[in-house]
Design a protein around this ligand. Structure first.
Ligand SMILES: NC(=O)C1=CN([C@@H]2O[C@H](COP(=O)(O)OP(=O)(O)OC[C@H]3O[C@@H](n4cnc5c(N)ncnc54)[C@H](OP(=O)(O)O)[C@@H]3O)[C@@H](O)[C@H]2O)[C@H](O)CC1
Ligand SMILES: [K+]
Length: 533
């Protein structure tokens, strides 16, 4: 199944560019002209009245794009100051530079010249793009710090060509430091080329890029000609999709989930056909998390959902929904007995379970060899067992936040937190892929940039930077229950985790600020309707 937008690493992007240029069908200069024209076009869309622009051009092809932008804007009446380096760039950027020099001067790329720009100037950052390999230094570092100040504190509009300079496009991390970034630019608009790169979507990338536009510069035939199966997708389409092989989510979902099933099951549907999810919760008073998970599982369209609680269940029924089945699961033996019911098709352990109870039930849950979601306390219990890797059932999703991830995968987490000194820097995608292959399970690392990775290397990125209100108590419990419901409905495990993530965020988008986790399951019927189910 293919949906969403392929994400290309910088190395993959370079390989596609080279394939296009090597055949002679698409010269590098044509690509640069298209890239420059795309940026100039978007500048004119955003600021229709010609004004003043300061274009900062670096040593390579990103700088070459800058010279093209300057020429095209000058042609339509913009007043320009072009700052550049006194180097001899490669042939395409060299041509672009010479063509600009026929029109206007190149001022030194220094702090002093930058400071002389008129206050109403928009700034165009064409210093470094995908070729950044080390932290910016010396004069450029000083200049970027000032540009950062202008963008963050003086509302200077900044257009980034491909990416804000200093950002590693493979990780979304500022080269030189994450906690004390040397020059954290905040662009108004970023125009990337052909496909999003990991850096546009991960870590500091979304805040640094501002509004992201991915421009088609005619490389699609070469991208599609590659024989290797693409394995990295952005599953929330924040930008137009230029991939004819990818289907829109609105046609994928109805096929996967079966039309009409979620909102109201068809008359001939037997409830067991849509699976039976078991959510194991904790003691009274802490059972809210498991209740949220159970609500999400039943709203996901699972045919039956059982909530297993440790104590007397008679009082619990009053808290509804009545469609939930309640069972008493006092200990591992009771769980074992319940799991002899072969109609149970997926299991969720963790939300609101309590650490001791999760540790007690975990071996039984794992031995059931059912599709399962391990979340919250189950992850902490797992991390306490030094031999947990290799014990997970085949169709298992781990849904850690960063702290839980660090407990489960301490070495990988340390690597992820090491300062990014060279490009390509180690990314959340690298970390999740490594973790998934290490434990042979799907790992969903939660965050505004959730990454979902499978042991075979496939990975999906879901961006939720636009919905900060999703970071609310209980939201993770709803996600765990939703994924369990989708697993119960027989979705493959990566798809259940990824689509669960997407539906969960979509519900939060529909609701808007003020959301509490209880709202999320109730929004699922509307989400399903919007996706054509
Ligand atoms: N995607 C496409 O199809 C197209 C992209 N284009 C644009 O090209 C850039 C990438 O261009 P490239 O020349 O490869 O790289 P940059 O312009 O980003 O960087 C230039 C060189 O700068 C050197 N470098 C790296 N880090 C530093 C640093 N910290 N300080 C100083 N110099 C640095 C590095 O060379 P070295 O040999 O010194 O390592 C870079 O090569 C892409 O982003 C697009 O904007 C095309 O125009 C159109 C097609
Ligand atoms: K740039």
């Amino acid at each position: 199944m293919l949906f969403g937008t392929e994400i290309l690493t910088t190395a993959q992007m370079r390989a596609i560019e080279s394939a296009a240029m090597d055949g002679g069908e698409l010269p590098g200069l044509t690509l640069m002209e298209r890239a420059g024209a795309a940026v100039a076009g978007h500048i004119r869309l955003q600021w229709p009245k010609p004004g003043h622009a300061t274009i900062l051009c670096g040593p390579g092809n990103n700088g070459g794009d800058g010279y093209v932008i300057a020429r095209l804007l000058a042609k339509v009446g913009w007043r320009l100051r072009v700052l550049g380096l006194d180097n001899i760039p490669g042939s395409d950027a060299g041509d672009a530079k010479r063509r600009w020099q026929e029109i206007g001067p190149i001022l030194p790329l220094t702090l002093a010249t930058l400071r002389e720009s008129p206050v109403n100037s928009i700034h165009v950052d064409a210093i470094f793009g995908t070729g950044l390999s080390r932290p910016p230094q010396d004069e450029i570092a000083v200049l970027l710090r000032h540009l950062s100040h202008l963008t963050r504190h003086e509302n200077t509009p900044l257009v980034a060509v491909d990416c804000p300079s200093g950002l590693c496009m493979d990780s979304g991390r500022w080269l030189g430091g994450d906690t004390d970034p040397p020059s954290p630019l905040a662009a108004t608009l970023t125009i990337g080329f052909d496909s999003p790169k990991p850096g546009h979507l991960l870590a500091s990338g979304p805040a640094a890029c501002g509004r992201l536009i991915i421009a088609d510069i005619g490389l699609r035939p070469w991208r599609e000609r590659r024989t290797r199966q693409a394995d990295l997708y952005a599953i929330w389409p924040r930008f137009p999709v230029h991939d004819r092989r990818a289907e829109p989510i609105r046609s994928v979902l109805p096929r996967m989930l079966g039309k009409g099933v979620a909102a109201g099951q068809p008359q001939d549907a037997h409830k067991y056909r849509y699976g039976h999810a078991l959510i194991v919760g904790g003691a009274a008073g802490q059972d809210g998390a498991a209740r949220l998970a159970a609500r999400a599982a039943i709203r996901s369209g699972a045919g039956l959902v059982t909530l297993g609680l440790p104590d007397d269940i008679t009082g619990h029924g009053r808290q509804g929904p009545d469609a939930l089945m309640l069972r008493n699961i006092g200990n591992a033996e009771a769980l074992q007995n319940l799991l002899t019911d072969r109609r149970i098709t997926a299991l969720c352990l963790g939300p609101g379970c309590g650490l001791r109870r999760a540790a007690d039930l975990l071996p039984t849950a794992m031995n059931a060899r059912l599709p399962c979601v391990l979340d919250a306390d189950a992850l902490s219990a797992l991390a306490q067992n030094p031999d947990w890797v290799g014990q997970l059932p085949d169709h298992c999703v781990l849904t850690p936040h960063e702290g839980e991830f660090a407990r489960l995968f301490p070495d990988i987490s340390r690597r992820m937190k090491k300062p990014a000194r060279h490009g390509p820097a180690y990314s959340r995608i690298d970390a999740v892929r490594e973790a998934a292959s290490h434990c042979n399970a799907v790992v969903l690392l939660k965050g505004p940039d959730s990454v979902i990775g499978a042991p075979d290397g496939r990975a999906w990125v879901h961006s939720a930077f636009d919905i900060p209100w999703l970071a609310t108590a209980g939201s993770g419990d709803v996600l765990a229950g939703l994924i369990t419901g989708l697993l119960a409905r027989d979705l493959p495990v990566l798809e259940a985790a990824g689509i669960g993530c997407l539906l969960h965020a979509y519900a939060a988008r529909l609701f808007g600020p003020g959301l509490i986790a209880d709202d999320l399951p109730e929004l699922l019927p509307r989400v399903y309707r919007e996706f054509g189910l």
